[in-house]
Write a protein that binds this ligand. Structure first.
Ligand code: CAA
Ligand code: NAI
Length: 245
């Protein structure tokens, strides 16, 4: 039980990497607040997970600051404290630069950047109260190295790295560790939109010759959320099969 007695908020938890993280965290003894803007899927998946441990669902759009503040205070009231925040919610709106609308650029920034800002700003006061905390932000191989068709997304995920390092410096002395995970291409709905020819060319440059599995990322979140990573701060953990080195 690597997270025994810990309380975790996981955003984007109705699906993909966030859902797998919720499953792994519950198995490791955490109480989990699953946050997502998809209420139907979120309620359903949380109901299924309740057999594994204490889980509650909150319908929140992370880009809406007022909703985030309310959710965080409800989680604190229900579970008594907040130990871990996984800023996992994220979206893509891929297009070549010359076809990308300003609206699609902004939407991706609203969720992937403002969402991370909103959740972290709301949670940190409770971690300060606790005297300890773990914040894990989800970046991407695209944010570190760039990617064709992902001007908006790559910019947002690079911003996540900048926020991670700033907060690691700002809150280290308060015993709050802030780290990022930069996944490569992982088999979820997000990657299902990538054209097959692009997937085939990716597989040729991934030394492990496969896409990631959601559990590959959930296990990285677990390490950074557990006490085992207490001296890890401000790092960007690449979990990408070695696609970029
Ligand atoms: N690498 C190199 N070249 C690429 C490319 C890539 N990843 N993606 C597209 N291209 C090339 C195409 O081969 C094409 O070349 P030609 O003009 O020589 O034929 C050119 O760019 C234009 O591509 P399309 O014909 O596909 O143009 P489109 O306007 O129909 O579509 C697109 C553009 C929406 C960006 C589409 O190409 C696409 O979806 N590409 C994949 C983008 C991608 O990798 N997204 C990752 C999503 S998963 C994710 O984001 C998770 C994560 O963090 C990694
Ligand atoms: P997904 O699309 O399967 O799941 C994302 C979840 O986030 C969905 O349940 C969705 O409803 C929720 N969500 C989206 N916008 C939201 C908002 N504004 N408020 C609340 N919830 C919201 O995506 P996946 O693959 O699980 O991605 C999770 C994170 O990992 C994202 O930040 C993504 O950018 C990142 N990532 C994913 C990679 C991949 O290959 N799948 C690679 C690198 C990073």
């Amino acid at each position: 039980m690597r997270l025994e007695g810990k309380v975790a908020i996981i955003t984007g938890a109705a699906n993909g990497l966030g859902l797998e993280a919720a499953r792994v965290f519950l198995k490791e003894g955490a109480k989990v607040a699953l946050v997502d803007y998809d209420a139907t899927l979120g309620e359903q998946r949380t109901g299924e997970l309740q057999a594994e441990g204490e889980a509650a669902f909150y319908q929140v759009d992370v880009s809406n600051q007022a909703m985030v503040v309310e959710m965080v205070s409800m989680v604190k009231e229900r579970f008594g404290k907040i130990d871990i925040l996984i800023n996992n919610a994220g979206i893509t709106k891929d297009n070549m630069l010359l076809k990308m609308s300003g609206e699609d650029f902004q939407k991706v920034m609203d969720v992937n950047v403002n969402g991370v800002f909103n959740c972290t700003q709301a949670v940190v006061p409770y971690m300060l109260e606790n005297g300890k905390g773990k914040i894990i932000n989800t970046s991407s191989v695209s944010g570190v190295y760039g990617n064709v068709g992902q001007t908006n997304y790559a910019a947002s995920k690079a911003a996540v790295v900048g926020m991670t390092k700033s907060w690691a410096k700002e809150f280290g002395r308060k015993n709050i560790n802030v780290n990022a995970v930069a996944p490569g291409f992982v088999d979820t709905n997000m990657v299902a939109t990538v054209p097959e020819k692009v997937i085939q060319s990716l597989l040729q440059v991934i030394p492990l010759q496969r896409l990631g599995k959601p559990s590959d990322i959930a296990n990285a979140y677990l390490y950074l959320a557990s006490d085992e990573s207490d001296y890890v701060n401000g790092t960007v953990l690449h979990v990408d099969g070695g696609i970029m080195m």
